[in-house]
Design a protein around this ligand. Sequence first.
Ligand code: KG4
Ligand code: ZN
Length: 352
Amino acid sequence: MSTLLAIETSCDETSAAVLRGGNGDVTLASCVILSQDIHRVFGGVVPELASRAHLTTLGSVVDQALVEGAATLGDLDGIAVTAGPGLVGALLVGVMYGKTLAYRLHRPLIGVHHLEGHLFAPTLEQPGFSPPFVALLVSGGHTLLLDVQAWGRYRLLGATRDDAAGEAFDKVGTLLGLDYPGGPAIERLAADGAPGRYRFPRPMLNTVGDEGPDRFSFSFSGLKTAVLRAVKASPDLSRDRADLARGFQDAVLAVLVEKAVVAVETLGYPALMLGGGVACNRALQEAVRRRLGPGRLVVASNRLNTDNAAMIGAAGFFRLDRGQQSGLDLEPRADLPFPGLEAGSPMLGSPR
Ligand code: KG4
Ligand code: ZN
């Protein structure tokens, strides 16, 4: 049995986790997640402040994860760290920390792709969960549909052409005068909003019916503009806020759910996996359950859907079990390509 320390610093969560196991059987011993509140003041993540905050707190976050996971540095058999995509200065803090530990302890270092981490999150709670499945990864930085044929073997079905789903939630949150990040606040507001009072466009929904290259593509920036117009036209935002949130959320979910469900049905797979911060949205989960029927939706708990080091450790274990590791020359990359993407899939990886 191996013990792995995992580190995640790609954006505005400083996180460390201890995991034990190997060969597909992994248990989470601890996971510490420190969210950087500083960005709320600015209504979005300020990269330089994120790097500084990681630098200040990562040491104590790692120490706490080791204590809670009943592990010492000497117990570690490897160190997994997010190598990208993300904010390069933020990634750099975690990568340097991981490299230093790996060098000092003479243990393997595994650079992990952040989105492959999101993909592995449910395995920590549902050990039998395995491919094939369709994954809808929806975060602040990415929106993509993947055909997960096997762990490590992926085919890109579609991605966003502009804003990510979470980014749209955050920007609309700002338009509605809500705190960053907007996603959870919009979900709460929308629950009290009148459905149908604001009917926003469902971007690119019509392409799902044809076999063209944009069948599973997404676009959310036009929707954000439509909400902006409605906000400007509202004589009383405090009265209309919940209805606007509901109209926006319904539009985003309609497209996400339809494309994901059609992908699962087209491929004939048993399950759809939701991952990334937007996967915390209960209305999204419910809509998928309604469409697919019982037992076909796989989604981790909220804590493992938003950024965390536990998922990085789960993906790291998979790579380590395969005998893969990174050199001490590992460099963080804001645009790190998704590992194992089938040829012909566009390269993925863009900064948040
Ligand atoms: O995966 P994540 O923690 O960070 C990135 O890798 O980007 O995702 C954060 C995103 C934010 O845009 C946030 O607004 C969104 O996830 N989010 C939600 C909800 N909770 C978090 N969006 C909609 N509904 C939610 N309940
Ligand atoms: Zn993420």
